[in-house]
Design a protein around this ligand. Structure first.
Ligand SMILES: C[S@@+](CC[C@H](N)C(=O)[O-])C[C@H]1O[C@@H](n2cnc3c(N)ncnc32)[C@H](O)[C@@H]1O
Length: 240
């Protein structure tokens, strides 16, 4: 078991800035922008990105949304000072976008804005088990009535197979208890090319479905995407 701070402090030792070279996650980000976010019919769009890293997704939003929306409000949080500083030190086109960022964990972040979309791209595997309930509740409270939550995690089965074939990636197996039920949770290493090795939690898919159902969400879309052999699952939940 790791403490909560570990999950963002580990980024001090990683080269997440190499995402600019490797473009890791751009396939998934594109899917989300083209198939979910850009489909919203409105002049205004408000998005909150949880754990934005070096702001790779925020930049893609800035570049791609100005065709579809007149008013773009982007907010996000990133607790790793190294990643946050990297984002803040590089140019961001503020001509068409209102941007607000927080160098804080998600649960420490406070904003009055209500959003059309909250996104969490490979961030839930960094939340400690005792933060998950409060995190889901907070996401619900930050969305407007038509709001949607977009969750991206590694595909559970793909990761399970990978951990069987590469046993040195396994750290520990836990049982997660939620709402009277028990779920499997595995703490493990993930090797990310040119970036480094991260520690993540892989949780049973059913856990996420039950967690968000309990917190007032319906599942709209569930999509597996194969990005160069790495399989992730994208979930789009809407408020009931
Ligand atoms: C795998 S990276 C993904 C970054 C970004 N979402 C992307 O797709 O490029 C996970 C990020 O989650 C951040 N993180 C870790 N714990 C967090 C927390 N409690 N609240 C918000 N972000 C967190 C890390 O600092 C890291 O930047």
């Amino acid at each position: 078991m790791k403490n909560k701070e570990f999950f963002y402090l580990q980024y001090d030792k990683l080269k997440w800035e190499n995402q600019e070279k490797t473009k890791i996650n751009s396939f998934v980000n594109n899917y989300i922008i083209q198939n979910v976010i850009s489909r919203k019919k409105s002049d205004i769009i408000r998005i909150f990105d949880i754990g934005f890293g070096i702001g790779f997704f925020l930049k893609m939003l800035e570049k791609n949304l100005s065709k579809s929306f007149k008013n773009i409000i982007l907010e996000g949080c990133e607790p790793s000072y190294k990643n946050y500083k990297n984002f803040k030190s590089r140019p961001f086109n503020l001509n068409k976008v209102k941007l607000r960022t927080f160098n804080k964990t998600f649960l420490q972040t406070n904003t009055d804005t209500t959003f059309d979309f909250v996104t969490a791209i490979y961030v839930f595997p960094h939340f400690a088990p005792d933060e998950l309930n409060a995190t889901a509740e907070k996401i619900n409270s930050m969305l407007n009535n038509e709001g949607k939550f977009i969750l991206v995690v590694a595909n559970e089965k793909y990761l399970e197979e990978k951990l069987k074939s590469k046993r040195d990636l396994f750290i520990e197996k836990n049982t997660l208890e939620f709402d009277g039920k028990k779920y499997k949770e595995i703490l493990h290493y993930s090797e990310i090319p040119q970036i480094g090795t991260v520690i993540d939690y892989n949780r049973e898919e059913k856990f996420y479905l039950d967690l968000f159902k309990k917190h007032g969400f319906d599942l709209d879309i569930r999509k597996d995407l194969n990005d160069n052999g790495f399989i992730c699952t994208i979930y789009v939940f809407s408020k009931k």
